[in-house]
Design a binder for this molecule. Structure first.
Ligand code: SF4
Ligand code: SF4
Length: 64
């Protein structure tokens, strides 16, 4: 299980990158992407997914 970023809605603000406890979010090519191999859905670290919590755009960090 992992979260993903809806690229068409992402403003590339970068806020999520620094909040991810798993360092799963990187700027790759021209977009921020979540590496599903690293995303833990914040399990064991936070009660809510931090990328979705800090993202200013609704429904942009969502379950993959
Ligand atoms: S759900 Fe948590 S672990 Fe996964 S990308 Fe978002 S902040 Fe990182
Ligand atoms: S916080 Fe949201 S808008 Fe900002 S880079 Fe991450 S996914 Fe994109």
């Amino acid at each position: 299980m992992a979260f993903k970023i809806v690229v068409s809605q992402c403003t590339q603000c970068g806020a999520c990158e620094f909040e991810c406890p798993s360092s799963a979010i990187k700027f790759k090519g021209e977009n921020y992407v979540i590496d599903p191999a690293h995303c833990t859905e914040c399990e064991g670290a936070f009660e809510t997914q931090q990328c979705a919590s800090v993202c200013p755009v609704p429904k942009t960090c969502v379950p993959a």
